[in-house]
Design a protein around this ligand. Structure first.
Ligand code: SF4
Ligand code: SF4
Length: 341
């Protein structure tokens, strides 16, 4: 994966604000009061974790400071960061003017391919001379011939796709797997399984079945509430052992299941979160403002400590110094990496 025109690489998660979907998964992140983002104080999971740490004053002080930083960061936005077709296309166009080799994940809270403008922006981005990679996420609910039509005009050499396998919503699993197999021949594809408690029993078989088709598969911990229990904190010992077997890397497990303290991070240095208004933040979790794409922005010079205590965005925890020292990205796809020897 060479940087176009020898430009420095800039990884971006572009938060588009698009949040409509043709599926309705019980465990969807858009239905969940995740982590510290909940606005219902009675159910704040952080309070539950704090009560478990009641004998550890350092952990309590860190968590309280972390919440404060999140609230400070999110209160400064003057315009709502909601989906807007023209703003979306403007941001895409601006990416093409930046003096960076752009590696952009187009972030949606719904389904990418049911929005023609999201797709059109991705197509344009894949054709920019300074684009290194376009990462998309999808539930893969269309047929292969439909995707062939959608991808007309794309530069597929720059496209990577993460498709989530949602067995509760997919009507014909055999057909879905066949579509994934065919898609794997035309784009850099990875499949994600969500470790939602009711799906745990079939997790190993689902993963093995998909891998038997030559697909790259990773498992994501469930973050949210199920039967009045907060996950990932409520995984049983047996669940944790199973997750240890199916997780892609020790790094994923440490951050997504054990909620490990992130430490130093490159977010803000060669990775940023950008919203639909062009506002830059260090990352999408802790929205430390860094300027605006259409005015001025400053990247940080070197990695510094994470302002929070947890990083549970699976795209963003790959920016930690620890990750880069231990793993190496080996493809366009943000989920294709190997442990360094
Ligand atoms: S497919 Fe994804 S975005 Fe759509 S409901 Fe399921 S989890 Fe949510
Ligand atoms: S570790 Fe995660 S939450 Fe912390 S700064 Fe980096 S990307 Fe943001």
């Amino acid at each position: 994966m060479d940087a176009p025109l020898d430009l420095p690489r800039l990884k971006v998660r572009f938060g588009t604000g698009w949040d409509l979907c043709n599926f309705d998964c019980d465990y969807c992140v858009t239905h969940q009061p995740i982590g510290d983002n909940t606005d219902e104080p009675a159910s704040l999971p952080v309070l539950i974790r704090l009560s478990k740490n009641i004998t550890n004053p350092v952990a309590i002080a860190q968590k309280v400071a972390s919440i404060g930083r999140k609230l400070t960061g999110s209160s400064g936005a003057s315009e709502p960061a909601q989906w807007d077709e023209q703003k979306y296309l403007n941001v895409i166009e601006r990416f093409g003017e930046l003096p960076y080799a752009m590696d952009v994940r187009i972030g949606v809270g719904g389904e990418t391919f049911i929005n023609k403008t999201v797709v059109e922006g991705a197509r344009r981005l894949s054709n920019h001379a300074n684009t290194m990679a376009v990462n998309l996420i999808s539930n893969l609910s269309f047929s292969f011939p439909q995707y062939e039509k959608i991808f007309r005009g794309f530069n597929l050499d720059k496209l990577a796709l993460v498709c989530s396998f949602h067995p509760t919503e997919i009507k014909d699993v055999d057909r879905w797997i066949e579509t994934a197999r065919l898609m794997n021949g035309v784009v850099d594809l990875a499949i994600v399984l969500v470790a939602w408690p009711p799906l745990m029993a079939e997790m190993k078989q689902s993963k093995a079945r998909l891998e038997a088709e030559g697909l790259e598969v990773f498992v994501q911990a469930f973050h949210g509430w199920h039967e009045e229990k907060k996950f990932p904190e409520s995984y049983s010992q047996a669940d944790r052992e199973l997750l240890g077997e199916v997780f892609y890397s020790e790094h994923d497990y440490a951050h997504m299941v054990d909620l490990k303290q992130p430490g130093k991070c490159y977010a803000g240095v060669d990775y940023v979160y950008i919203d639909i208004n062009g506002n830059l933040s260090r990352c999408g979790t802790y929205k430390t403002p860094m300027g605006n794409l259409f005015q001025d922005f400053q990247l940080m010079k070197s990695p510094t400590a994470c302002p929070g205590t947890e990083c549970w965005c699976d795209t963003e925890n790959l920016n930690t110094v620890e990750f880069r020292e231990t793993y190496q990205l080996v493809g366009l796809n943000q989920h294709r990496y190997h442990r360094r020897d």
